[in-house]
Design a protein around this ligand. Structure first.
Ligand SMILES: [Zn+2]
Length: 157
């Protein structure tokens, strides 16, 4: 028996009830179980659910996007940024390091505070999920490690 492909709708809020993200009104999300396509705290709960189930799932930051890593927060002199660009809080940029996106979190005169943590690091999450469909993954999906077809990756070779 192959692992399942689960398709679900979700609404994500923080613990204070502020809306972060939602799939409602858009396509539901599909993922292959067991390969880490979604955060572990969510997958651990969804694996017990079946089609039609609804559940509110709380995921603490350490099982979500992790705790904030203070070593990824830097104080960078304004002079190191391109001079023709107006810097604003929330602006995101990449450096030479792969896979790290920095966000400007504070501007203190000539001192720019940048944060390379995931925007949801350190945030305790509350997911409201509804399972739309579950099915057994195909052998090809298991080999590729992702979902094909509706709601999955568009195909490639
Ligand atoms: Zn594929």
């Amino acid at each position: 028996m192959n692992p399942r492909v689960v398709t679900f709708h979700y609404t994500l809020k923080d613990k204070q009830g502020n809306l972060i993200d939602s799939s409602e009104g858009s396509h539901p999300l599909s993922y292959l179980e067991g390969v880490g396509q979604i955060i572990s705290g969510l997958e651990e709960e969804i694996k017990h659910l079946k089609t039609g189930d609804k559940k509110v799932i709380s995921v603490d930051a350490d099982k979500g996007y992790g705790k904030k890593n203070a070593e990824l927060i830097f104080d960078v002199p304004k002079s190191q940024f391109p001079q023709d660009e107006e810097l604003t809080v929330g602006m995101m940029f990449q450096t030479d390091e792969p896979d790290t996106v920095y966000t400007i979190t504070e501007i203190k005169g000539e001192s720019i505070i940048v944060d390379g943590n995931h925007p949801l690091a350190g945030v305790d999450l509350v997911f409201d999920v509804q399972i739309i469909n579950t099915r057994e993954a195909t052998d090809e999906e298991v080999t590729h490690g992702h979902v094909h077809g509706e709601g999955g990756h568009h195909h490639h070779h």
